[in-house]
Design a binder for this molecule. Structure first.
Ligand code: NAP
Length: 492
């Protein structure tokens, strides 16, 4: 959308070499509130390759100085930035709801999480554990140290505009790398605010650089720049696969976190009301726009009918609307195109023979006409061959599958190309352990929704959902550092 055609509140610039700067293209694009498309949240830079080159050059220049700073002192910048973010908490949460559409409580949770991530990795400045390993030889000490990679490129999606940029940039920085980050065009302000906080915390010029603009243009220029040593990407499988090819041609280190088709298995011993709350939380909160959202419920046949009855009744009562309003549980789709994807999949599911149990429509009338609202939707009788059982929708659409027993439930749950998150609802200890051992997913929950992970634990999937090392928690530094092995003989 052309910025001039809408009333503008604020123009957000790129951040390169410690300066807030306009793009060399002199072009911007509008960031629109998906719950009220009359509202422009801001204008962001439509950058071109020249901006990316400037950012990468600045990061390259700053890297040796940043790496030579003792790691605990690098961590102090993260602590300081966390304090600054906390002082702006209410503003950041509200802005996130306006730019991405998630409800205000969800935005608050995400901003808090970004702050926690900065603090966690600030602490890593004083840890960064390596190995000391006994030598076979007398008088020899053997150990490893961690070295930063150099300049790293971070490419992030719109659905967690603050948390995902935070969980990439914080470990990258504390390890001694310098960073160029390209956030999603639909929701760049979460990352902007993190960079602003680092700037206000006094981080040296060139250590963190921020460039907005179209994925292809900015992304390609980033991967092509000779200073870049690694790319950490979160987004769709298609873009991830292309990026992987380009990046590995240059032998760059690559980390990809992509889509999911996450199942929740509900066994017959479950408390049905509890199972309903797990499914609703996993499938519909954040409008189903979480990579870890539950999009398939695999239910043991003995409880299928009563569970579905309760689930549909509760889903019909969910309040959809502008996430800034109190009591709203589900916000809009992030834009017109995601809304269309949701509606298209609903049609595909019907044509494939799934049974529409509730929802299925775009919401219309009143405030709904101003935004991209879709009803939370449930399909029953979903079969493994249907597209709704296999493909990521990334919206509030849940497919229900019946399993005759636990073994069939496991086989249905694993019968997809994805392997990000999975959960089970059951108190049967034996089944729960069999699930933990046998489910093909990187993040496994018991009596909890598939979504709802914590910042201090490793994050990542298996199969086509992920590639490369884990993000977050104690394993995150592995991606951003290279081990060096030392043999030191202390006598001659
Ligand atoms: P996307 O379209 O793949 O975009 C992700 C990022 O890549 C954006 O910054 C995008 O820029 C950029 N991009 C687009 N084309 C590019 C190219 N050719 N080269 C380099 N970068 C390019 O994904 P999305 O729609 O933002 O996010 C939704 C997807 O992310 C879903 O599939 C979801 O499952 C996945 N996701 C996964 C995780 C996880 O950790 N596994 C977490 C969250 C989301 P523009 O915005 O400018 O196009």
């Amino acid at each position: 959308m052309d910025v001039e055609s809408k009333a503008m509140s604020e123009v957000f610039q790129n951040y390169i070499a410690g300066q807030w700067v306009e793009s060399k293209t002199k072009k911007t694009f509008a960031n629109i509130n998906p719950a009220n498309i009359d509202e422009v949240v801001g204008a962001v830079q439509a950058s071109g390759p020249e901006d990316v080159i400037a950012a990468c050059n600045a990061a390259q220049k700053a890297q040796p100085g940043w790496a030579s700073l003792p790691a605990p002192r690098r961590g102090e910048y993260l602590f300081k930035a966390a304090e600054i973010l906390e002082s702006r908490f209410a503003q950041l949460a509200e802005e996130m709801t306006r730019e991405e559409g998630k409800t205000l409580p969800e935005s608050k949770g995400e901003v808090k999480r970004a702050i926690n991530i900065f603090r966690y990795f600030g602490g890593e400045g004083a840890r960064q554990f390596s190995y000391k390993i006994p030598s076979e030889r007398e008088g020899v000490i053997c150990y490893t140290i961690r070295k930063p990679l150099g300049v790293v490129a971070l490419i992030t999606p719109w659905n967690f505009p603050s948390a995902i940029p935070a969980w990439k940039m914080a470990p990258a920085l504390v390890a001694g790398n310098t960073v160029v980050i390209k956030p999603a065009s639909l929701a760049p302000l979460g990352a902007y605010r993190l960079v602003e906080a680092l700037h206000d915390a006094g981080i040296p010029a060139g250590v963190i650089n921020f460039v907005t603009g179209g994925g292809g243009t900015v992304g390609n220029a980033l991967v092509d720049h000779p200073a870049i040593k690694a790319v950490s990407f979160t987004g769709s499988c298609g873009v991830g696969a292309d990026l992987y090819e380009k990046a590995t041609r240059r032998r760059l280190r690559v980390q990809l976190e992509m889509g999911g088709k996450n199942p929740t298995i509900v066994l017959k011993d479950s408390d049905l009301d509890y199972a309903v709350s797990v499914l609703i939380n996993g499938a519909f909160f954040s409008t189903g726009q979480k990579c870890t959202a539950c999009s398939r419920a695999v239910i043991e046949k003995d409880i299928y009918e009563p569970l579905v009855e309760k689930l549909v009744a509760k889903t019909r009562k969910l309040k959809v609307g502008n996430g800034l309003e109190p009591g709203i549980e589900i916000g809009p789709a992030v834009d017109a195109s995601q809304l269309q994807v949701d509606l298209d999949y609903i049609e595909v599911a019907k044509q494939d023979g799934a049974q529409l149990l509730c929802g299925g429509n775009r919401l219309k009338g009143g405030i709904y006409d101003k935004g991209y609202f879709v009803e939370p939707t449930i399909f029953g009788g979903v079969k493994p061959g249907m597209r709704i059982a296999q493909e990521e929708v990334f919206g509030p659409v849940l497919g229900l599958m019946v399993a005759n027993d636990f073994e069939e439930a496991m086989s249905l749950a694993n019968n997809v190309k994805f392997g990000l998150a999975a959960s089970i609802v059951s108190n049967d200890l034996k089944r729960v352990h069999q699930f933990i051992e046998g489910i093909e997913a990187g993040m496994i929950s018991v009596n909890l929704p598939t979504a709802g992970v914590e910042y201090q634990l490793p994050f990542g999937g298996t199969k086509e959902s992920s590639f490369g090392m884990r993000e977050q928690g104690p394993l995150a530094l592995d991606f951003y550092t290279e081990a060096r092995t030392i043999y030191l003989k202390y006598t001659q």
